[in-house]
Every structure is written in structure tokens, then in C-alpha cells.
Design a protein around this ligand. Structure first.
Ligand SMILES: Nc1ncnc2c1ncn2[C@@H]1O[C@H](COP(=O)(O)OP(=O)(O)OP(=O)(O)O)[C@@H](O)[C@H]1O
Ligand SMILES: [Mg+2]
Length: 308
């Protein structure tokens, strides 16, 4: 497992990463989300043992990454946000180079390389020069490179940036597969919906602070401080809008395209009561349903500081 303990990085007076802690287990795909400058890359570089923390540490399978970086490195694969590829060598040679660097025995290299090429869908390009690959393929090659030594932990810093929609979908599928293979995958992004459908855990970081982290569904549940109820009246919206504004359980109401969106504080009892009252008062309600909060709403609520 990965046990991040009070990890901290200061640059002069700037606290880039402020004592963050979280735990991940094999099979976890952790979406590490935050706006630009939040501290994602800094955290990932510390976990990759490329940057020394000011304080704190992380244990990977019980090994302290600060005290024993050489022992941790074989267990992790890192895909940086910006990477350079060498020119004048082929895809296969590139992977062979890294396999050798990871001291994979010679007689095992070919099979492993075939495997990662297959996994990253680059088999057809194995004899192409790396500089002739498209950006998406280069991105996949970089991922292939970080997989040759079959690491337990994968640190992927914005792996989908700069990719076209198809390539994004492909890289997402690949990441999901890595989770299913029992790896711990940490993937950063500042685009939330991108992560929503394939991460089982997320953490939201802003200004170095890990604001929330945990299982996706639990976070969504936790964050449901106000429920969003969409009410679609027949006829005029105005009278219903006025009525809702005076309802004690309605924090605010916004007219939307053809319906009203009420931010509702209260449980299902109060929700049922409101509907009953509206109908009894003669409002003609075509539909009345709770919109589930998605990750985007959670992110907005958390980063707006609506939830402590
Ligand atoms: N080498 C450095 N020296 C000084 N400050 C730095 C250094 N590296 C990063 N920082 C600062 O640390 C903070 C966090 O940066 P970081 O690169 O971790 O953010 P990020 O979440 O990865 O952002 P992005 O989404 O833009 O990649 C920023 O304020 C940044 O300016
Ligand atoms: Mg970054």
C-alpha cells in the first residue's frame, strides 16, 4: 500500500504542499485533482523520489521513500507532465533501454516489451522512430516505459493532457485496466469530469491543502449539503418560484430552462412534504426529482469553500 504521511514541501515562504496524508491500496485508481499551481506535480515528484520533502514522508509497502529511495524506485513508475523522448531510436530500442536500466534480465526483456507494447496499443509502431510518433502515441510510449519493470505504484501526471478525444478515451481505458491489474494508480488532472468515470478514489488539492479525499461515492454523499431538486411546473414559473422562495427548507431557487432548480436543505421526509403541499396548493407539477450531484459540483463546492 501507499501511505502518505504529512507530506510537505516549502519553497522559501511558499508552502507548495501542506502536510498532506492519504492511503491507497492495490487496485485503487486515485484521481488527484486541483487547479493550476495546487501542488499536484510537486506531490507526485516527491512520491517519485525526485524531490525531497521539506517534512513528512510516504511509505510504499512499508518502505520509507525518503530514507530508502533506491529501494522504492523499482516499485514505482512515473510519467511526468512534460517529457522528452530520445531521437534516432525506435520504439523497441527505447523500451529496451529502460528495461536494461531497470536491470531486467536480458532473456526476459523481449517478452516484457511485447507485453507493454500490446497493453499500450503500440505493437504496430514497434519499429518506428520515436520522433515519428504522434503526440498521443508518444504519451502512450511514455506510459509503456513506466510499465516495463511492472511497478506496484504508477504516478501519472496529467497523462491525458494534449490528447484528442479518442486518445483520451484510450488512455482512460488503459488506466482502468492498470487498476484492474492490482496496481495503485495515482493520476492527476485539473479537469474533473475526465477522472470521474474511472477513479474509485479522489483527492482535491488546492493551494497545497488536500481539501477532501476518499472514495468517490462517499465524497459525493458527504458533500451533499444541499440537495438539488429540479421542479418542472406546467404553466407559469413565477408563482412557484415565489412560493419556493418562502419555503424554509429551500436555500435558494434558480430558474433554469423550463424548470426550477431548488437548493434544498432537508431529508426525504421534508422533500415529500414539500411536494404534497405544492400539489395541495394547486400547483401543477409535471416532474419533481432530485438531481444527483456529480463530481464537478463537488469540486466547485469544495474549492469555493462551501464545505469545511
Ligand atoms: N522549483 C520551484 N521553485 C519555487 N516554486 C515552485 C517550484 N516548483 C513549483 N513551485 C510552486 O509550487 C506551487 C505548486 O506547483 P505545482 O507544479 O506542484 O502545481 P500543479 O498542481 O502541478 O499545477 P499545474 O496544474 O499547473 O501543473 C506553485 O505555486 C508553484 O509556483
Ligand atoms: Mg502540474
Amino acid at each position: 500500500m501507499l501511505d502518505v504521511q504529512q507530506l510537505r514541501k516549502e519553497y522559501g515562504t511558499l508552502v507548495a504542499v501542506n502536510d498532506i496524508s492519504f492511503q491507497l491500496y492495490p487496485g485503487d485508481v486515485f484521481g488527484f485533482i486541483g487547479p493550476n499551481g495546487a501542488g499536484k506535480t510537486t506531490t507526485i515528484k516527491m512520491l517519485a523520489t525526485l524531490l525531497e520533502p521539506t517534512r513528512g514522508t510516504a511509505l510504499l509497502n512499508g518502505i520509507d521513500i525518503v530514507k530508502y529511495p533506491e529501494e522504492v524506485r523499482p516499485l514505482l513508475g512515473y510519467m511526468p507532465d512534460f517529457f522528452g523522448l530520445y531521437e534516432g531510436i525506435t520504439v523497441r530500442e527505447y523500451l529496451e533501454f529502460f528495461a536494461a536500466a531497470y536491470r531486467i534480465p536480458k532473456n526476459q526483456r523481449a517478452a516484457i516489451i511485447d507485453n507493454v507494447l500490446e497493453l499500450t496499443d503500440l505493437t504496430v509502431k514497434r519499429d518506428a522512430y520515436v520522433e515519428t510518433l504522434s503526440r498521443g502515441m508518444q504519451q502512450r510510449l511514455c506510459l509503456a516505459k513506466s510499465l516495463v519493470h511492472d511497478p506496484l505504484l504508477l504516478l501519472l501526471d496529467e497523462p491525458a493532457s494534449g490528447l484528442d478525444p479518442r486518445a483520451r478515451v484510450e488512455i482512460k481505458e488503459l488506466i482502468r485496466e492498470l487498476g484492474a491489474m492490482g496496481k495503485i494508480v495515482l493520476v492527476s488532472s485539473h479537469i474533473l469530469p475526465e477522472l470521474a468515470d474511472f477513479c474509485n478514489k479522489i483527492g482535491i488539492i488546492e493551494k497545497g491543502e488536500l481539501l477532501v479525499w476518499g472514495a468517490v461515492d462517499e465524497i459525493v454523499k458527504q458533500m451533499q449539503v444541499t440537495r438539488h431538486i429540479a421542479i418542472h411546473p406546467l404553466g407559469e414559473m413565477e408563482p412557484l418560484l415565489k412560493r419556493l422562495e418562502h419555503c424554509p427548507h429551500v436555500q435558494s431557487v434558480e430558474p433554469r430552462n423550463g424548470y426550477l432548480l431548488a437548493h434544498f436543505i432537508g431529508g426525504l421526509e421534508e422533500q415529500a412534504e414539500l411536494l404534497t403541499q405544492l400539489v395541495q396548493e394547486g400547483f401543477r407539477i409535471a416532474s419533481f426529482h432530485e438531481e444527483s450531484l456529480d463530481l464537478e459540483d463537488v469540486f466547485m463546492q469544495v474549492t469555493r469553500g462551501e464545505v469545511s
